[in-house]
Design a protein around this ligand. Structure first.
Ligand code: FAD
Length: 572
């Protein structure tokens, strides 16, 4: 009966209300096709008492296991069939009617998810695209990151933030997004990733995940495809300035990113500039300020990165079932968690109408089976994040624990729209001083942080490769943020028993959860409201947070710009 079923979503559900964790499949069932089959072959469906169109929870363990096996098979067969028939490929051209008139020139700055997708759309629609990237292609970038981890040599232009694929390359590659999983734009991005080598199960998984190793392969294919479309990709090339005449961009100046003397500066003339530079390009924000480009401060979150032994998280989440998890090898995924608490500067919100004055403290960017990594681009600053490989097989589980901050928290740090950047910089420098230099990260056990003391001189092991130093992390961030973190961690421990532990380590500091700035643009045309020819997109512009939403924003920016350049006629 396999052809009568299509798996549309597969998730692993480990909520406490269930007796034991289980796979949940949402399955489309073709009743007509079933009726054409021998009744014997669809007997099992009666046992399941399915809802028409979808089977959600399975009634007994035996039937559940049968169905899981059958569904695994259906999934495999369909995946293979789709792959062989190339049905999973999407052709963006076929979605949009367009007529090519001339070849306008566009420079896309930044090869993160947003810049890559803008380049893809524009080149498919007939623009003459040059993609510039200050960092290196993934092959050289891998060597630069290796030098950082092994020799403590930070290459300011090629690191965990800068280089091909942007900040999302040496990442966990989680593809979850808050902008709506079934949204057509998200689906278009996901299918494009499959076209470039992502496994097709990302289209089904409830929590799709790639991991750094797969991302590198996908990016190589993406690069080749763009080059095949005629995109001129220039790595090691940094945008330094905009050339502006009568409030209209006419070009940019760029230089060799590794050449500090700027002896290599050159200009590039173009009809439009897409700014997809991410939120760590602080020099670009500064340059925009000099051109009076309209920007406003934006809320973001700051906090610490928490790390537990993965085994402990498996035990907390799966109880007795935890032994089924074989790191990176079993069918049962390594456990993750998501926690959130609304608090008012350290105390619990008792009345929901106070929520607008409250802060939320939440876990973010959880990397099960991952490692803590350094995402600084300047040796005097420490900021961290998490990454993993596709198998998520490390012994640790890390996640950011962050608290929302708004301009009330940071407008005293500088006048103007970059006050949030200054706030980030201040705490990144403080963290570097606490760590004692050489990229050593200040750390404290969760138990000590909650109690506001430093009792242990030797810390439990951390996955962070450049070393941790016992520190009073409860003195790092502003007191009201620390209190909110302490209060929320205590609440999380009620939900996830064992969350507070001497084996759990907090690392400082996590500051770059999203952009602290928004570059104002027209909602329809995506053009800057103050400078014609400038198209800010992605996370750095303040319109996305995460790989998928940045890619979607880049794609939509590409379509909006194509319309502006008369590459497409009618609605896109
Ligand atoms: P970016 O990816 O930041 O790309 C900007 C690019 O512009 C960079 O390559 C940079 O080098 C380039 N650039 C900057 N300035 C210039 C200039 N002057 N000239 C030329 N080029 C320039 N998100 C998820 O959804 N899932 C995850 O699992 C996840 N894990 C993460 C792990 C880590 C370690 C980090 C740092 C981030 C992670 N994120 C994750 C966030 C995600 O990477 C970003 O949201 C996303 O990459 C933003 O895309 P973007 O294209 O807007 O910007």
């Amino acid at each position: 009966p396999m052809e009568a079923f299509t798996v549309v979503r597969k998730s692993f559900d480990a909520r406490k209300l269930l007796k034991e964790p289980q796979f949940v499949y949402i399955v489309d069932m073709d009743i007509k096709a079933l009726l054409n089959l021998e009744p014997r072959s669809w007997d099992f469906i009666y046992k399941l008492e399915p809802k028409v169109g979808a089977i959600e929870y399975m009634p007994s363990k035996k039937v559940q296991l049968d169905l899981i096996n059958i569904l695994h098979n259906i999934e495999n067969i369909q995946t293979r069939a789709k792959h062989e028939n190339h049905e999973s490929k999407i052709n963006m051209n076929s979605f949009y009617k367009f007529a090519i008139s001339k070849k306008p020139t566009v420079v896309v700055v930044g090869s993160g998810p947003s810049g890559l997708f803008t380049s893809l759309v524009l080149s498919e629609l007939g623009a003459d695209v040059t993609l510039i990237e200050r960092g290196q292609p993934v092959e050289q970038r891998g060597r630069d990151i290796g030098a950082l981890i092994i020799r403590r040599a930070l290459e300011p232009e090629s690191n965990f933030c800068f280089g091909e694929g942007g900040a999302g390359t040496w990442s966990d590659g989680k593809l979850v997004t808050r902008i709506g999983r079934n949204n057509d734009n998200v689906q278009a991005v996901m299918k494009t990733l499959v076209r470039f080598g992502a496994p097709s199960k990302i289209l089904l998984d409830g929590k799709p995940h790639l991991g750094t190793d797969r991302l590198i392969k996908i990016l190589r294919n993406f690069r080749e495809h763009l080059m095949g479309l005629g995109v001129n990709i220039k790595f090691g090339t940094r945008l330094d300035d905009l050339i502006v005449q009568n409030k209209q961009i006419t070009g940019i100046t760029v230089s060799n990113a590794r050449d500090k003397s700027c002896s290599n500066c050159q200009s590039m003339l173009c009809d439009a500039v897409v700014l997809a530079v991410g939120h760590s390009a602080r020099d670009v924000y500064q340059m925009l300020l000099q051109h009076n480009v309209d920007m406003v401060p934006k809320n973001f979150s700051v906090g610490l990165r928490i790390e537990h032994p993965q085994e402990l998280i498996n035990k907390i989440q799966y109880s007795a079932f935890a032994s089924e998890v074989q790191l990176g090898r079993g069918k049962v995924p390594v456990a993750d968690y998501h926690v959130v608490e609304y608090a008012r500067d350290g105390s619990k919100v008792v009345n929901s109408c106070l929520e607008d004055q409250s802060r939320s403290c939440y876990s973010f960017c959880m990397c099960p089976g991952g490692q803590v990594v350094l995402t600084s681009t300047n040796p005097e600053e420490i900021c961290i994040n998490g990454m993993s490989f596709s198998r998520r097989s490390s012994r640790w589980a890390n996640a950011a624990l962050v608290v929302t901050v708004s301009s009330n928290d940071f407008d005293s740090f500088s006048d103007g729209p970059l006050c949030g950047v200054e706030f980030q910089r201040y705490y990144e420098r403080k963290a570097a001083l606490m760590g004692g230099g050489n990229f050593v990260v200040p750390a404290q056990t969760v138990a000590d942080f909650v109690d506001g003391k430093l009792s242990l001189t030797s810390l439990p092991q951390s996955s962070y490769r450049l070393g941790v130093r016992p520190s009073n992390l409860h003195e790092l961030l502003p007191a009201h943020i620390t209190k909110t973190l302490q209060h929320s961690i205590a609440i999380f421990d009620e939900e996830l028993r064992g969350f507070i532990s001497n084996d759990a380590l907090l690392h400082g500091v996590e500051t770059r959860t999203s952009s602290p700035v928004r570059i104002l643009r027209n909602a329809e045309t995506y053009e800057s409201i103050s400078l014609r020819g400038l198209f800010p997109t992605g996370e750095g512009a303040g319109y996305a947070g995460g790989i998928i939403s940045a890619a979607v924003d880049g794609m939509l920016c590409g379509f909006a710009l194509a319309k502006n350049l008369n590459l497409v006629k009618g609605d896109v």
